[in-house]
Design a protein around this ligand. Structure first.
Ligand SMILES: O=C(O)CCC(=O)C(=O)O
Length: 265
């Protein structure tokens, strides 16, 4: 299976419209890949808080339309990263979109863990409450977004739902790049799954982005990692490795669930 992670540069000197057009072209160039992955909030930038409201769009909006068409033109599964979603009956959401090679919207995932503590996404957007998996011919994807990477229980939930390959679009800041690599490897090792984590490059809202998108195998080995700038990271991997690893080293079968809290003495 061939995956291409498009580590898009998000800088303020490019308009959202221009970037949308440019990224659609980048997706089209990936014809021949099985899966193409984009980062989190690549239209606005994950830290461009004031743009969330102005650029938010419904699931039938201009980004979805452009990405559906790009997926169809390239004939690829496309995890189109996330957009600020405007729900007509609710708050904004940070919503990831997956398109099939026919351009149909196969899944939408509203980010569960919002980043920012008492500012930014955490106050401007609503939280999703549903895990999402997507069945591809080669593997079952489990989707998560950026800050979700810090919450192992979400990934365990995805494993229980059948996930073998995690796809994690992000807008991870350079300041915490070491956590990015470490957490991607940890999620792969503990769940014996592939991790495809695609971040942004560039600087927006004064926040330099980490880049360094990464693909990790179920043994925790880094199969490929990007540098800091805009880059297409292409990797060939065998999804059957997941079943093989889980069979040969069956740690997931030794899980003990529902542990009691410590008793007071
Ligand atoms: O957890 C982190 O350090 C970064 C998270 C983040 O930037 C996000 O979720 O947008």
């Amino acid at each position: 299976m061939r995956a291409s992670l498009l580590q898009v540069a998000v800088n303020e000197d490019e308009s959202v419209e221009a970037r949308r057009l440019r990224v659609a072209g980048m997706v089209r160039d990936q014809a021949g890949a099985d899966l193409v992955v984009l980062p989190e909030l690549w239209t606005t930038g994950a830290f461009a808080y004031e743009a969330f409201g102005t650029e938010a769009e419904p699931l039938e909006g201009p980004t979805c339309e452009a990405m559906a068409k790009a997926a169809r033109d390239a004939g690829v599964w496309l995890h189109a990263g996330s957009i600020p979603e405007r729900d007509p009956d609710g708050p904004l959401y940070n919503t990831s979109l997956v398109f099939s090679p026919s351009g149909a919207l196969a899944a939408a995932y509203r980010k569960i863990h919002r980043f920012g503590f008492d500012q930014g996404e955490a106050v401007l957007m609503g939280a999703g409450d549903e895990l999402v998996t997507v069945r591809l011919p080669q593997t079952t994807l489990g989707v998560a977004t950026c800050y979700d990477l810090r919450f192992p229980e979400l990934f365990r939930g995805l494993v229980d739902a059948g996930a073998e390959t995690f796809v994690v679009p992000a807008g991870w800041p350079e300041r915490r790049r070491s956590h990015w690599t470490l957490l991607a490897q940890a999620r792969a090792v503990e769940n014996q799954a592939f991790v495809l984590a695609c971040g942004t490059a560039g600087t927006h809202a004064g926040v330099p982005q980490a880049g360094h998108s990464i693909v990790v195998d179920p043994w925790g080995e880094v199969l490929a990692q990007a540098g800091p700038g805009e880059e297409v990271l292409t990797v060939d991997f065998d999804p059957a490795t997941v079943a093989g690893t889980r069979e040969r080293f069956p740690a997931l079968k030794d899980r003990v669930l529902g542990l009691e809290p410590p008793k007071r003495r």
